[in-house]
Design a protein around this ligand. Structure first.
Ligand code: NI
Length: 172
């Protein structure tokens, strides 16, 4: 396994609509393993392929708490097939926007269809934090960041700070 460099916003590679995966081959399995390792090291609770520069519809997540057993999930071509009217508000962050957090409203419960690492179709129900995490990661596959749900004012403050951070990193 390998740690992958995470792309920071703003970056055009985070604004693309990702491509469906047609075959679960070794490259897909390796990418998901590397993404999980990268996510745990960050540390974070979710990571999508475009955040590591791969334009395929793939995400990983694990919302287990520190003292709980790890519960890694790997999803290829995930689709929300049902979502509740009930709303859940969570403070979200993103490994592509480190140190920035904001409240985002999303459906509290969802059902998601996806393909697992063995090529089998799966359907899972999620609510609360897991549902928010999966929806956040699926958004990435459509080029949407959590700051896109904020007011233009709040979004621009965060993106301006990110631009400054990136300039400092490049200069270092
Ligand atoms: Ni994110």
């Amino acid at each position: 396994m390998a740690l992958l460099p995470i792309i920071y916003a703003p970056d055009n590679r985070l604004k693309l609509k990702c491509q469906e995966v047609h075959e679960i081959d070794e490259s897909v399995c390796k990418l998901m393993d590397d993404m999980l390792e990268t996510m745990y090291a960050a540390p974070g609770i979710g990571l999508s392929a475009p955040q590591v520069g791969d334009n395929r519809r793939i995400l990983v997540c694990d919302v287990a708490r520190e003292k709980e057993a790890p519960n890694p999930m790997k999803m290829v071509n995930p689709i929300v097939v049902w979502s509740s009217d009930e709303i859940f508000v969570a403070e979200e962050g993103c490994l592509s926007l480190p140190k920035h957090f904001a409240e985002v409203k999303r459906p509290k419960e969802i059902r998601v269809k996806y393909i697992d690492e063995t090529g089998n179709n799966q359907e899972v129900a999620a609510d609360g934090l897991l549902a928010a995490c999966i929806q956040h990661e699926i958004d990435h596959l459509d080029g949407i960041l959590f700051v896109d749900y904020l007011s233009p004012l709040k979004r621009n403050i965060i993106l301006r700070k990110m631009k400054k951070l990136k300039r400092l990193k490049e200069a270092a």
